[in-house]
Design a protein around this ligand. Structure first.
Ligand SMILES: Nc1ncnc2c1ncn2[C@@H]1O[C@H](COP(=O)(O)OP(=O)(O)OP(=O)(O)O)[C@@H](O)[C@H]1O
Ligand SMILES: [Mg+2]
Length: 294
């Protein structure tokens, strides 16, 4: 019976246009610091996040991925260019865009359940029995029904990530933004979380932006890969990943996945080396290393 209710709800979602959104980034630039020490982080970045797709942004560590997330979420404003969400300029944060960051943002003194209901309760969107039912449905979906009265510190890393997913999903966002949400998890938990997250996405295709620096994770999840150049960031290459859905981890060892990986790795390696070569110490290292290789 519970299953039937869940099915009808998720089918309802799939039919609704409210889960679909299009984000256009047009010539976006962002720099930090005072004039004399200004650092360009993003320069003239143009990209599109398409409705119903899982767009994955990949780039070397420190290239500006979180900065880009903050711009799309409306926590920061671009110095130049504009960001449009379904045709409307992004002017600030809104619960139509939910972000799950790499560090846990669960409130430590609230239980899992209290964390999940916090946003809608504060805004008065849902209340009473309706709110309780929806929170319990989502906690069930992410496998945390039995842990709803535990505090974040009593949950494993993987459980905390799932609690954050439930906390974001209860807001019915038009766009889910995930910024390296599985970073720091051990390899086994990370793999399981990727599969779990894929099932959630494939169920109703809520428009999703996922940021990572792990190329296997990127290919496993993505409909489209956006590869960023190293600082300053701009779009270096877009790759459409045409692996079938539903995805299974075994697909990562297919020749098609390998070809995507080779293409992406060549670009990312080039980008990573760009910065590495520009420091004196690394030049010494490369010289010494190439002499040793002779
Ligand atoms: N609020 C800020 N003030 C000053 N500099 C900042 C700010 N936010 C980011 N930066 C700088 O912008 C650059 C890009 O940072 P960002 O966090 O966006 O990179 P990232 O790609 O997310 O890195 P990581 O892979 O480590 O998460 C860094 O050099 C960082 O120091
Ligand atoms: Mg980051």
């Amino acid at each position: 019976m519970q299953k039937a209710v869940e099915m009808s709800r998720s089918e309802g979602h799939a039919a609704g246009a409210d889960l679909q959104s299009r984000v256009l980034l047009e010539g976006v630039s962002k720099s930090y610091g005072e004039e004399w020490e200004r650092q360009d982080v993003i320069v003239d970045l143009t990209a599109e996040i398409t409705p119903g797709e899982l767009t994955v942004i990949v780039g070397p560590s420190g290239c500006g991925k979180t900065t880009l997330v903050n711009l799309i979420a409306g926590f920061e404003t671009p110095d130049k260019g504009r960001i449009l969400l379904n045709g409307e300029p992004v002017t600030g944060p809104g619960h139509d865009r939910m972000v799950v960051f790499q560090e846990t943002a669960l409130i430590p003194w609230q239980t899992t359940y209290e964390n999940v209901v916090f946003g809608p309760k504060l805004r008065g969107d849902l209340s009473g029995k309706e709110l309780q039912d929806e929170a319990e449905r989502l906690l069930n979906k992410v496998g945390l029904r039995e842990f709803m009265h535990k505090y974040p510190l009593q949950l494993s890393g993987g459980m905390q990530r799932r609690a954050e997913l439930a906390r974001a999903l209860i807001n019915q966002p038009k766009l889910m933004i995930m910024d390296e949400p599985f970073r720091g998890l051990d390899a086994m938990s990370r793999g399981l979380m990727q599969e779990f997250f894929l099932r959630l996405f494939e169920e109703n295709r809520r428009t999703n932006l996922f940021v990572t620096s792990e190329i296997d994770e990127a290919i496993f999840l993505a409909d489209r890969l956006i590869l960023l150049a190293n600082r300053p960031s701009f779009v270096r290459k877009v790759i459409d990943v045409k692996l079938p859905r539903p995805r299974h981890y075994s697909m990562l060892s297919s020749p098609e996945a390998y070809a995507y990986k080779r293409e992406a790795m060549a670009i990312l390696h080039e980008e990573a080396m760009k910065n590495f070569k520009s420091t004196a110490t690394s030049k010494d290292f490369i010289d010494a290393y190439s002499k040793r290789a002779d």
